[in-house]
Design a protein around this ligand. Sequence first.
Ligand SMILES: [Zn+2]
Length: 215
Amino acid sequence: MYIPSLEYIAGFFDGEGGVSISAKAHKYHKVNKRGCNVEINHIQWRYCAYLVNTNKEVLQSIQSVAGGKIQLTGNRKNANHKPCYRLVFYSNSVAPFLQSIRPFCLIKAKQIEVLLEFLSDFDHTPTVKGYKRIRVPVEVQQKRHRLYLEMLNLNKKGRDTKPLTGTIPIPEAKQTHIPCAKCGRLKPILKPKKSRPTVSPYCRWCFLSVNRKSA
Ligand SMILES: [Zn+2]
């Protein structure tokens, strides 16, 4: 297999790659340790670096050097188009990849700088339960919002050069959890589907105990 150099990968990334930062707002009520009902506003940040092409072999050869995951991109509008692949870097693989190609990138250099700065205070130390949860200081939250907006502006397409400013266009928070009808513990809001036409009002623990009694 052809082993691409970092310079080649950087050039490929400049032309066929990109980076993105996106955010999802979560808003829900929770009973805290003191028994008070508190509102939780939480922003879930998502970020990745990717390379897109219809030539899977070239992405595989880059993957053999740089890592990442290859995915088939969805919803192709034109059935006549070739299948398209994406080599994506998520989570703790993003920063090492970007650092290795940064010296050779020309077009996407600014985006790389912004994402590396954004990632500089993320703690990727794995723990038993996923990643460590830490309270994020206000300055860091503000910094993330600023870099998020900067990235949106850098990634903007089209001739309209008016930059996005002011309020951060994070999608409106949607209620994702409701309290259980029996114990009040929060449970995710589920949509009915074919295999489960009615959604239980109980959390999964109460659901089990209620079903056991009735059986
Ligand atoms: Zn319950």
